[in-house]
Design a protein around this ligand. Sequence first.
Ligand code: FES
Length: 117
Amino acid sequence: MTSLRALIADLVGHDPDEPPVRRPGVAEALARCRPGEVVAAADGADDVAVLRLSTGEACVVADRCPHDGGLLSDGFVEDDRLVCARHQWELDPRTGRCPHRAGVVVQVRAVAGSRDS
Ligand code: FES
């Protein structure tokens, strides 16, 4: 049986009773992010998702799913697309566009070209 607390955490993307977890800066997140991974980070006051494609190319996108606000950093990378964990919407992290939903775009913060960025 699912607890109310677990249900709320699923709906809002985190447990509101837990203290906030410190997010690393973008550079720190990039240093630890391997190809095919996504890491939660902070770009100033903004939450972002940092990920690496299979080639090592780095992408940084706003950490809010355009569908229902889920944390994209809780998702996963599949075939160089970022997949939201909540309802599996996909987006191209290079452009921010959702390939199956015309007009839906998430903000791309920065794109670095190499593993050492
Ligand atoms: S919140 Fe529904 S797919 Fe991301």
